[in-house]
Ligand binder design. Structure first.
Ligand SMILES: Nc1ncnc2c1ncn2[C@@H]1O[C@H](COP(=O)(O)OP(=O)(O)OP(=O)(O)O)[C@@H](O)[C@H]1O
Length: 519
């Protein structure tokens, strides 16, 4: 590297413009990040953050503006060139091959070889040693399809580091991580920074911005509107810059952003039959281990039961069994008066079950379908005529839900793929909550959603609870569980180790249960 290049910022983007058809995703967007810096990139859903970072990583060629990396002009480069120059991006939605192992995914594209064949043994050893070096732990022999979302994300980071990433871009990496996993990630990022690496972190969690970043760039409607040094900046300052007005944030003692107050007036109908009853449930994981172990739970109309716990303790399998996406070995699931044994997903939906799945791409959406079609997914039979689908009713449904849930852009025929992550999530929420239901399974409902939309979704959940729905909430975001739930169950090793009224709970109290230290 020349002396001039070493003085140049690690990243300098100026006046970047990127449009998709009629949609302007970036207009006059700029970003300057110095080597050895952790830089937060923030903005509302659809502000253009992911697009700007995809331009940097070579996934999109910009329509205008310039991009420099370590002083070299690289505008319009290809992903292969970006990777070769040490720029790695971990996407909001993972890009791993589910049927391959961790080690195979990490080395994919730069595999160690023995003669003409890929040396898988060496790949496993190399990945093991990389895991140790950077403190990210995952079994190199495990299949991606069997991993939790948190583990899959570690694999994405390992993949970038394996390719020698010196500039690491992370798009909402903590959206599905538990508090200990988030701390682990910070340790990894700080080590990378100490080693001369540069990090750009896209996040909607303003407490994280304060905790880990050195500087902040704020985007609004495709443009860069503000650059701030983190020191001396508060979450309120950032939120104001993001939305251009004061935002009503409730801050807890830890400085974490919490929206609304906990434990509103629950409308639990005393003595009413449970809306959902799970008894002695035993469910296996894909790996053939017991994921849910003799678990019992009742959710009454008008209450939110939140499950707190480190991911991978059976939460996913529990919700999948209730939703009808996974068989169970023994025990009972009852939805109102209906025994769920032998009931299909569609039957359960018709008996009042709604489900916001944790992974919107795998379970929640068909990305190539329009917003309108995604809004009826799984419920097509309610929109059927004798000869096909009733297009005018589908359009009317879309118009109503797009308006009610503020889905942007508000154009029913646009494919879900073209929406920002937060707006994709709003489609799923709109479909599952914008209809009649008695029980809602809500897994990571605000994953990847901006501060304003989180407030809106939380209001919807509280309103549903107050209208007598039973809600089972699973979230890796402990403040969210604390803010919304009436009762909190801590799940560890496939069991509930404690169930407490939320009013008696705090992060400090729940922490030891979540890690298995208390029982
Ligand atoms: N491939 C695409 N085709 C069409 N429109 C797109 C495409 N990618 C992004 N857009 C649009 O560009 C705008 C910016 O999206 P982008 O994903 O960059 O926002 P973001 O700030 O990362 O949002 P989020 O926080 O919700 O992830 C949005 O209006 C989005 O719908």
């Amino acid at each position: 590297m020349s002396a001039e290049a070493s003085r140049a910022p690690a990243i300098r983007m100026r006046g970047v413009v990127k449009t998709f058809g009629g949609v302007v995703a970036n207009r006059d967007a700029s970003l300057e990040v110095h080597q050895g810096e952790i830089h937060a990139l923030v903005g509302e859903n659809g502000a253009g953050k992911s697009t700007l970072m995809r331009v940097l990583a070579g996934l999109y060629a910009p329509d205008g503006g310039t991009v420099e990396v370590h002083g070299r002009e690289v505008t319009g480069w290809k992903t292969t060139e970006a990777i070769a120059a040490g720029v790695g991006m971990v996407h909001q939605h993972f890009m791993l091959v589910p049927t391959l192992t961790v080690a195979e995914n990490v080395v994919l594209g730069s595999e160690p070889t023995k003669g003409m064949t890929i040396d898988l043994h060496r790949a496993v050893l190399e990945v093991e040693s990389l895991c140790k070096r950077c403190g990210l732990h995952v079994d190199p022999r495990a299949r991606i399809a069997d991993l939790t979302v948190g583990e899959a994300q570690r694999v994405e980071i390992l993949k970038a580091l394996y390719r020698g990433a010196k500039v690491l871009i992370l798009d909402e990496p903590t959206a599905v991580l538990s508090p200990p996993e988030v701390q682990e990630l910070w340790t990894v990022l700080r080590a990378l920074r100490a080693d001369g690496g540069t990090v750009v972190l896209i996040t909607h969690k303003l407490d994280e911005v304060i905790a880990v970043s050195d500087n902040i760039t704020v985007m609004r409607a495709g443009a860069t509107v503000s650059q701030l040094a983190t020191q001396g900046t508060t979450p309120r300052d950032i939120a104001r810059a993001m939305v251009g007005r004061d935002v009503n944030l409730h801050l807890d003692a830890m400085g974490a952003v919490r929206h609304g107050t906990a434990h509103g007036a629950a409308a639990t109908t005393a003595g009413a039959a449970p809306a959902l009853r799970v008894h002695g449930l035993r469910v296996m994981s894909d790996r053939g281990t017991v994921a849910v172990n003799d678990l019992s739970l009742e959710i009454h109309p008008g209450e939110i039961v939140g499950i707190a716990g480190v991911e991978g303790n059976g939460q996913t399998e529990l919700l999948e069994a209730i939703a009808g996406l996974r068989t169970w070995q023994s025990g009972r699931i009852q939805l109102g008066t209906h025994d769920c044994h032998g009931l299909s997903v569609r039957d359960r939906a018709d008996y009042g079950l709604s489900h916001i799945p944790e992974d919107r791409h795998r379970r929640g959406l068909v990305l190539d379908y329009s917003i309108a079609d995604n809004l009826i997914l799984g419920r097509q039979h309610h929109f059927a005529t004798r000869t096909g689908l009733d297009r005018s009713r589908i359009a009317a449904n879309a118009a109503e839900q797009i308006q009610r849930f503020d889905i942007r852009p508000p154009i029913a025929h646009v494919p879900a793929r073209a929406l920002s992550g937060g707006n994709q999530q709003k489609i799923v929420i709109a479909r599952e909550m914008g209809r009649e239901f008695t029980v809602l399974l809500a897994a990571q409902p605000t994953r990847g959603v901006d501060v304003g939309a989180i407030e809106f979704i939380h209001e919807q959940l509280r309103a549903a609870r107050n209208a007598g729905k039973g809600i089972l909430l699973v979230s890796a975001d402990l403040p969210e569980v604390l803010a919304l739930s009436d009762r909190i169950a801590v799940m560890y090793g496939g069991r509930f180790v404690t169930i407490l009224p939320a009013a008696d709970c705090s992060a400090e109290l729940l922490g030891p249960y979540m890690t298995g230290a208390a029982a």
